[in-house]
Ligand binder design. Structure first.
Ligand code: SF4
Length: 125
């Protein structure tokens, strides 16, 4: 997330997820920001898929209910969790195409063994 305001909005929306989200106009009061500044940050979060908004009528006025999007968060964390895979030494190894066919052997490779033991210790993350 880019700005501090976006982070604060995201945390509040996430906290209120059990209540079905938060009314946008209430959010401005909580944060002490004006509609223009707050809307810009909310739209940025919506574009990133971190929250979604639904139009509602609240106290007789049209506004939005901001809702946490855990399904998008899961997709994002999946993307992040793929990064350690790219650190496997075989992906950048010059011997990849002849590994296991003679001199180079994955069962005895120091680079691969070190990678596996480091990731086993850290739980793979
Ligand atoms: S096991 Fe070792 S030698 Fe074989 S491709 Fe991976 S890093 Fe290279």
């Amino acid at each position: 997330m880019k700005s501090e305001l976006e982070k604060r909005i995201f945390e509040i929306v996430k906290e209120r997820s059990k209540e079905g989200g938060v009314i946008q106009s209430e959010l401005w009061s909580i944060l002490g920001v004006d509609n223009r500044e707050g809307s810009k940050a909310v739209l940025s979060l919506v574009r990133k898929g971190l929250i979604r908004r639904e139009q509602v009528v609240y106290k007789g006025r049209k506004t939005y209910r901001l809702i946490y999007s855990p399904e998008v968060r899961e997709k994002l964390s999946l993307k992040v969790n793929l990064n350690p895979v790219m650190e496997i030494p075989c992906f950048t190894c010059r011997e990849l195409y002849r590994c296991g066919l003679g001199y180079y052997n994955p069962y005895k490779c120091n680079l691969l063994s070190r990678y596996i033991s480091l990731n086993a210790e850290s739980g793979g993350s």
